[in-house]
Design a protein around this ligand. Sequence first.
Ligand code: 13P
Length: 415
Amino acid sequence: MALVDMSDLLRHAHCERYAVGAYDVVDTAFLEAVLDGAEGCDAPVIVSLAESHFDHFDFECFMPAVVDAARRARVPVTIHLDHGHSLTTVERAIRFGCNSVMVDASLSSLEDNITATREVVRLARGCGVTVEGELGYVPGVEGEDAEKHPGAMQMTSLADAERYIAETHVDCLAVSIGTVHGRLRGAPRLDFERLSALSDALHIPLVIHGGTGLSDDQYAMLAANGVAKINYFTGLADAAARSIVAEAESKDSPAYTALIHGVRGAVRAEVERTCRLFGAAGRAGAASAACRRWREVEHVVVYNLRDGGQNVDWSAFAAQGVEAIGAIPGVRNVLAGRALRTDAPYLYCWLIRFASPEVVASYRDHPDHVGYADKVFRPTAPDRVTIDFELVDVSGEEKESSLSTQPPTSSGTKR
Ligand code: 13P
């Protein structure tokens, strides 16, 4: 179906009382398995990239594959930065294709968490990107034994959460109600009373981290009490590891490709199993109809240089532009071009890819753009045409999926 707007997807899940699985991917086998698993049960899905995993893969190299696979998926997909620790990571994640970001300042004081989150929300709003905040602390490390990293759990306080939401305006909130990241022994005791009170008071989709290891009933109770997104990684990592170990034990000297052969199927099965438990299976069509499609914009500028370009070193001029505007939040790519034919009506161009239509305004007003455009570009290129093109999928799939351009408005009731 498509890459879709995350806040629309979470709003749909929240209204309809199911949770979308957010699965951290660490390589292309996980990426394909997550999408296969979601497609296998017709569930919308969130492909998640955790900053804590960036040591295991080259984020910039991996992201084009993530974006391409998400666009080709037969279910609605969003791409999310999980546990981003700085504004720089958030900017980079948006540049490389995430349309949702999580700011994790949950170990900071409430004041500092609010300050850090507000900065991220300001940046993300200018890019049309959804923001998840976190309040309270969920201990542990994804993919490892939870008891080795106990930390100190801090449950989310209702009073703090009300203030945090009012002052940050995040789109969804990760809350701590008893889960931990990582491999558990037995199911944890969850504070559903606290969850229900948070849900009733905050009226926004809630998120649960440390999704591995809960009971089937607990997953259903989370979705019934306002949780629209469940983060899940350790269960996938363990399924992959079990498959590799079984293969290693079954042969004397297995080849690498034989060792990893079963990983995709094992991860896929776990994704499908959990999508069903979260209540997301069979929701792809309805979610798709309720979500705006994620559209990038091509900001195209064709121009001629003043005085036919005499006294202008175009290469240096273009390089200066790439540097000045390439780092503006929401700019995904900047290409400078020169016409092949010298009799073309315009001899030069910029092709600037924006993450979303919202970037048209935030880019125009950004001080780096204003400074470059007013002082350098416009005086040097007075003859120019600028057009913003919305990038449209003309493959025919868009019509079939009957996606609306409006966000959902319905409000749901508890099951
Ligand atoms: P688990 O690894 O415990 O499933 O938690 C995943 C998570 O919360 C990612 O943010």
